[in-house]
Design a protein around this ligand. Structure first.
Ligand code: CP
Length: 325
């Protein structure tokens, strides 16, 4: 248990020790029980969290906003086009000004090559914690909820579990790399062996792969990368198959969508789920492209815990905000 987390930024779980992350999970467990009993603390009465969304959201906005309300505080939703950001005001001035009013600044900014840089610029200038609600590189709040959900099913000792993270087909737009990247970084630190599967053009950022390999080595776990979707499913306790764009290959939308269209058979279906362990979990951060990324039979089937996973966003984020604001 680490009780000295007030003021700590949350941009990537990589900045947080295992003990610090465990403190979030311990508190989230308590807060989830309190939530079930309709019991809310007023711990953050009088405090405000600013939330800047450069990109759309259903789960992240609602869960962070509700978390602040349930802690007795207030949240302010900002669309950048309604702020002076739209006239070119930079991260430094935005952070310095907002941190004079607020107790925390949360940001979603997924544009490749810009989002994480913007968050780091805010961090450098802010007097209050910066919370990453998803950028181009990381989606740490999602992965907190994912791990918390895994613990609810398998218990607190997750060493030796096998997680398959697989690319899936999904047309129309290029999704960020942040979910698979945050998964491969954090899960090995908790003793989980991770297999990452993707078609050749869908590599993740090399520096993230290297860090994931270091994390796995240091925690005595296995991290492997394959171009065969089935390898991520074989004997897995948990699978998290989702789409991302070929952003290491091309930033051109037309070329990227054409590459995605090469692999419509990369779907999580019943046949692939049969390769997993009997009591395996199917997880997805949502929104899922039904019929493309996953069959309705799997996402609505006995392995799926996607709604529990989505609900857990609220509990882990409330724990996070409770500790850092
Ligand atoms: N999983 C997730 O971040 O969902 P939203 O995009 O709806 O926030």
């Amino acid at each position: 248990m680490n009780t000295a987390l007030k003021g700590k930024h949350f941009i990537t779980t990589q900045d947080w020790s295992i003990q610090e992350l465990k403190t979030i999970f311990e508190l989230a467990k308590q807060l989830k029980l309190d939530f079930a009993r309709g019991k809310f603390s007023r711990q953050h009465a009088g405090k405000s969290l600013g939330m800047i969304f450069f990109d759309p959201s259903t789960r992240t906005r609602t869960s962070f906003e509700s978390a602040m309300t349930q802690l007795g505080g207030h949240s302010i939703y900002f669309a950048p086009e309604t702020m002076q950001i739209s006239h070119g005001e930079g991260a430094r001035d935005t952070a310095k000004v907002l941190s004079g009013y607020l107790q925390g600044i949360a940001v979603r900014f997924c544009k490749f090559g810009q989002g994480n840089r913007y968050l780091e610029e805010l961090r450098a200038a802010s007097a209050v914690p910066i919370v990453n609600m998803q950028c181009d590189v990381y989606h740490p709040a999602q992965i907190l909820a994912d791990y918390f959900t895994i613990m609810e099913h398998f218990g607190e000792n997750t060493r030796g579990l096998k997680l398959g993270v697989s690319w899936t087909y999904a047309p129309n737009y290029m999704r960020p790399l942040s979910v698979p990247q945050s998964l491969i970084l954090m899960m090995p630190r908790f003793g989980i062996d991770v297999t990452l599967a993707h078609p050749p053009e869908f590599q993740l950022m090399p520096e993230v792969i290297e860090q994931a390999e270091r994390n796995a080595r240091e925690s005595g776990t296995v991290f492997s990368v394959t171009n065969q979707m089935e390898h991520a499913f074989e004997d897995a306790d948990v699978v998290i198959p989702k789409s991302w764009g070929p952003l290491m290959h091309t930033l051109d939308a037309k070329q990227g969508l054409a590459l995605i269209d090469k692999y419509p058979d990369w779907i999580c279906d019943e046949k692939r789920m049969e390769l997993t362990k009997k009591n395996s979990l199917y997880m997805h951060p949502l929104p899922a492209d039904r019929g493309k990324e996953v069959t309705p039979g799997v996402i609505d089937g006995p392995h799926s815990v996607v709604y529990q996973e989505a609900e857990n966003r609220l509990h882990v984020q409330k724990a996070l905000l409770s500790l850092i604001l």
